[in-house]
Write a protein that binds this ligand. Structure first.
Ligand SMILES: Cc1ncc(COP(=O)(O)O)c(C=O)c1O
Length: 466
C-alpha cells in the first residue's frame, strides 16, 4: 500500500535523500516505542497501517496467480467484480463491510522514526493525497484484478489517463500509430499537442495491418494506440495480430477498452501491454462520476504513475468510492447491455427507416469476424444511420422519450446522441464529411431498462423520420 513516490529519484546522481536512520530511532520505531504519541500509535486502530493483524482482512497468495483472498477463490469475473481488491489485506475500519471514503488530503506520522520507516519502505502508509489514497487504491486493486493486470493507476478522467500515458511513455521525437476512428479529444491531443514535442502520428484504418507494418518499418514507433471498439463506428482492431507486429519492432500496444470493458475483451491476454478506460463509462456505470484507469505491465504503469504524481490529475476519494461501488455490478450490467444491444441492433437492421447499423455483433459489421474471435459480448453501444440527412435524423432524436439526449455512454440510463450535433458540431459539415462523421448518424448507449420498453420508444420515434 506504500506510495511509489520516491523523492530520491529526483535527486542528482550520488545524492541520497535517504539519510541513514539513527540507530536509536530505528529500534524505537520497530519496537513500537515511539518517541512521541506512543500510546496513540499502539491503541488507536490505524486506517492504513497494518498495526495489528486483527485489523486486517487475511491475505493469501495463490500458487497459480489466480486471486485467492480470504479463502474465496475468484475464478469468475462476476465474483472478482464484487470482491476483487477488497478482501486481501484490506484494513478494517469500524468493522464496516464497505471500503470507506478516506476523505483526506494528507496523512500523518506519529514521529520522525515512523516517517523514516515509511521513507525506507518498512512502514506501509500514505504520505499525501496526490501520491495515493486508500479508497482510490481499492479501485485500482479491483480493476487490476478484473483486467488480470500487474498494475493499475486510477485517475481523474479518461482523458487524464490518455494524456498522462502518452506524455510519460512516448519520448520527445518519438512516433505513434493510431487508428482513424477515435474519441475526438484523444485525436485532438495527438494531432495538436504531441507535435509540439516533435512526436509524429501515423493514422491507419483499423485493421490495415499492411499500413501498420509500413509505419513500423518507416518510423521508430514507440506506441500503437487504438480504441476497440472505436467511438462511434465500433470498429474492432485485431489485438493479437497488432501486438505481434508491434512487439517484433519493439513498439508497445495500448488499447482503449472503454467500450468493451474487461468483461467483453481480455486485451492484456490478447497481447496488449496496456489497457485504458474512461472509467466514467461502463466501469462506474451510473452516469454520475468521472474517472480514468490505466492497467498493464508494472514497469509501464509505474512510469505513468510517477508522471501522474507530478501532474496531479488524481481521482477524488468520493468519486473513487462511486467507481468502486459501480464496479461491483459490472459483470451484471455488461451482460444486460450486451443482450439488449444485440437485440436492438438486429431489429434496427430490418427497420425501413434505418439505412445502416454499426454493431460488431452483426454479420454486416466490417469487423464482425475479429469481434467474434476476441469479444465474449459486443457491448452496449449501437450506432445507426436513419433515412435522410441531418434534419430527418433530428426529427427522430427529438421524439425519443426514454433515452436522454446526452453525450457519454455506459451507464444504467440509455443515452442517445447525434455525433454531428453533439461532439462534432463545431467542425462544420465539410470537415465532418472529411473525417467520416455522417450527418444522419446516431450513437445509442443502451441502458439496463427493459429491452421492450427501449424498442417501443425507438419504433414510435422512427415514425417521425419522413
Ligand atoms: C473511448 C473513449 N476514451 C476516452 C474518453 C475520455 O474519457 P473521460 O470523458 O472520462 O475523460 C472517452 C469519452 O467519451 C471515450 O469515449
Amino acid at each position: 500500500m506504500r506510495s511509489v513516490y520516491s523523492p530520491a529519484a529526483e535527486m542528482p546522481a550520488g545524492v541520497s535523500m535517504r539519510a541513514p536512520v539513527p540507530a536509536a530511532l530505528r529500534s524505537a520505531a520497530r519496537s513500537g516505542l515511539h518517541l512521541r504519541n506512543a500510546s496513540f500509535h499502539t491503541h488507536r486502530p490505524s486506517v492504513v497501517a497494518p498495526a495489528a493483524a486483527k485489523d486486517l482482512e487475511p491475505t493469501s497468495a495463490s500458487s497459480n496467480g489466480a486471486p485467492k483472498n480470504n479463502g474465496v477463490q475468484f475464478t469468475k469475473l462476476s465474483t472478482t467484480a464484487v470482491h476483487g481488491g477488497e478482501r486481501g489485506g484490506r484494513p478494517r475500519v469500524a468493522d464496516a463491510l464497505t471500503t470507506p471514503i478516506v476523505q483526506t488530503s494528507t496523512y500523518h506520522f506519529r514521529n520522525t522514526a515512523e516517517l523514516i520507516e515509511y521513507n525506507e519502505g518498512r512502514f506501509d502508509s500514505y504520505e499525501y493525497g496526490r501520491y495515493g489514497n486508500p479508497t482510490a487504491q481499492a479501485c485500482e486493486n479491483k480493476i487490476k484484478a478484473l483486467e488480470g493486470a500487474e498494475d493499475c493507476l486510477v485517475s481523474a478522467s479518461g482523458m487524464n489517463a490518455v494524456t498522462s500515458m502518452l506524455l510519460s511513455l512516448v519520448p520527445a521525437g518519438g512516433h505513434i500509430v493510431t487508428t482513424s476512428d477515435c474519441y475526438w479529444r484523444t485525436r485532438q491531443f495527438m494531432q495538436n499537442f504531441l507535435p509540439k514535442m516533435n512526436i509524429g502520428v501515423s493514422v491507419i484504418k483499423p485493421n490495415d495491418l499492411e499500413a501498420l507494418q509500413e509505419a513500423l518499418d518507416k518510423h521508430s514507433v514507440t506506441l500503437f494506440f487504438s480504441e476497440s471498439p472505436t467511438n462511434p463506428y465500433l470498429r474492432c482492431v485485431d489485438i493479437l495480430a497488432i501486438s505481434r507486429l508491434c512487439h517484433a519492432k519493439g513498439a508497445f500496444v495500448c488499447v482503449d477498452s472503454t467500450f468493451a470493458t474487461p468483461i467483453n475483451t481480455r486485451a492484456l491476454e490478447l497481447g496488449a501491454d496496456l489497457v485504458l478506460h474512461s472509467a466514467t463509462k461502463y466501469l462506474a456505470g451510473h452516469n454520475d462520476v468521472l474517472a480514468g484507469a490505466l492497467c498493464g505491465k508494472k514497469e509501464l504503469v509505474e512510469k505513468v504513475r510517477e508522471f501522474h504524481h507530478i501532474m496531479g490529475g488524481v481521482v477524488d476519494p468520493h468519486a473513487a468510492y462511486l467507481l468502486l461501488r459501480g464496479l461491483k455490478t459490472l459483470e451484471l450490467r455488461v451482460t444486460r447491455h450486451n443482450a439488449s444491444a444485440m437485440e436492438i441492433a438486429r431489429r434496427l437492421e430490418s427497420h425501413p427507416k434505418v439505412v445502416r447499423v454499426w454493431y460488431p455483433g452483426l454479420e454486416s459489421h466490417p469487423d464482425h469476424a475479429i469481434a467474434k474471435r476476441q469479444m465474449s459480448g459486443f457491448g452496449g453501444v449501437v450506432s445507426f444511420e436513419t433515412r435522410g440527412g441531418l434534419n430527418e435524423c433530428i426529427s427522430f432524436i427529438d421524439n425519443v422519450k426514454l433515452p436522454y439526449i446526452a453525450p457519454s455512454l455506459g451507464g444504467v440510463e440509455s443515452l442517445i446522441e447525434m455525433p454531428a450535433v453533439q461532439s462534432y458540431w463545431g467542425f462544420g459539415p465539410e470537415r465532418r464529411a472529411q473525417i467520416g462523421i455522417k450527418e444522419n448518424l446516431i450513437r445509442f448507449s443502451i441502458g439496463v431498462e427493459d429491452v421492450e420498453d427501449i424498442w417501443a420508444d425507438l419504433v414510435q420515434a422512427l415514425e417521425y423520420v419522413p
